[in-house]
Design a binder for this molecule. Structure first.
Ligand code: FAD
Length: 333
């Protein structure tokens, strides 16, 4: 393969993922990407693909994009990997972005490879931290070796530098960012290069997952193996607090709680206002998914449990005594 002239590539692109509403990770990426363009001097470009997405393009501008590229066509609704992948790839090849960031959602993971493989870009998956060095090279960090180390992955010779980013690890861009600055961005409608005849997939049915999305919860009661299969005390506490239930992998592996509620390295990243850890030891792989919570309360009968190192308030005691007492206190308020 001939050597690539990386100087032809510029700007940081963020994919804005739309399914009825915008996926929150898109605005998280927009905010974090702003810290990259502040260093490189590149434009921050939001990419909106979908049908009737003008309002979303406007919102991307309001949240701080310098430019918005819009591919608007019925072929993009509902989502399918083949038209999204083909459109995105065509835009990348024509416009040569330096960095492309995509949310590590089902959709992002589904089509990112369709862009990375044909453009020989390489793709760092499930990234939890991003930065750029003095040469504008993306430093994509992600847990490796079971979460024991944080690996920094760089892509020196190829462009674009692509990464899927884990939802929930960054704060979302302010919806009034542009009003509070002098930013005046632009929206450009791009040519749609795919039509229905190019698509080999067809959506036959759409089934909405009724499981609550714990990444959006303001309050979480999370259970660990200490509950020994008895969810009742934690569920009552969750109800009193109007909180979502979450769990460690040990609990999910036992089948006590659905996998969609697992927090941690191989589960979800959450950042609620309140995280109550019930009978959780505090293994690094779990902590990684909850250590951005505003306030953490840990309940554990082992005073040396590592979870206490990550807690604002710790209660040493048997969860089967402590949870009902806490529930009662909350109900009395
Ligand atoms: P334990 O470690 O068994 O802890 C149970 C705790 O409950 C103990 O501290 C104990 O003192 C306390 N306890 C027991 N009885 C009571 C009681 N009656 N009252 C009060 N306290 C009590 N884990 C995740 O959670 N999420 C992940 O995404 C994840 N990904 C992983 C990825 C890899 C590659 C690997 C290797 C591991 C991963 N793990 C993950 C597993 C992780 O290493 C731990 O094994 C797991 O988090 C432990 O779960 P736990 O705290 O529920 O159980």
């Amino acid at each position: 393969m001939t050597e690539l002239d990386t100087s032809e590539y510029a700007d940081v692109w963020v994919f804005v993922e739309v399914h009825d509403d915008v996926m929150p990770v898109s605005w998280e990426l927009l905010a974090e990407a702003k810290t990259l363009t502040a260093k490189t001097g590149d434009d921050l470009v939001a990419l909106v693909i979908g049908e009737d997405v003008d309002g979303i393009a406007e919102e991307a501008l309001a949240r701080g994009a310098d430019r918005v590229l819009v591919a608007d066509d019925p072929v993009f609704e509902p989502y399918r990997a083949d038209p999204y992948g083909a459109q995105f790839r065509a835009m990348v090849e024509a416009r040569k972005p330096s960095i492309v960031l995509i949310g590590g959602t089902h959709t992002g993971r589904d089509f990112a490879g369709r862009v990375a493989v044909p453009t020989h870009a390489g793709l760092t998956a499930d990234v939890t931290e991003i930065d750029v060095d003095d040469e504008g090279i993306l430093q994509a960090r992600r847990p490796a070796f079971g979460g024991d180390i944080l690996a920094t992955i760089v892509c020196e010779d190829h462009r674009p530098q692509m990464a899927t980013i884990r939802p929930g690890v960054f704060e979302a861009a302010d919806p009034n960012y542009a009003c509070e600055t002098t930013l005046e961005g632009s929206i450009e409608r791009v040519e749609v290069v795919v039509d229905e005849a190019d698509c080999i997939s067809e959506v036959l049915e759409r089934v909405v997952d009724a499981t609550a999305d714990i990444t959006e919860a303001e309050r979480i009661v999370a259970v660990g193996a200490g509950i020994e299969g008895d969810l009742e005390p934690a569920l009552e506490l969750a109800e009193a607090l109007d909180a979502e239930l979450a769990a460690t992998r040990a609990v999910v592996d036992e089948g006590w709680v659905d996998g969609a509620r697992q927090v941690g390295q191989t589960g979800k990243t959450v950042r609620p206002d309140l995280y109550v850890a019930v009978g959780i030891s505090g293994a690094i792989q779990h902590v990684e998914g909850m250590n951005k919570s505003e306030t953490v309360i840990a309940i554990n009968d082992d005073p040396n449990a590592p979870i206490f190192d990550h807690a604002d308030y710790g209660i040493v005691g048997d969860l089967f005594d402590v949870c009902p007492q806490l529930t009662e206190l909350v109900q009395e308020r």
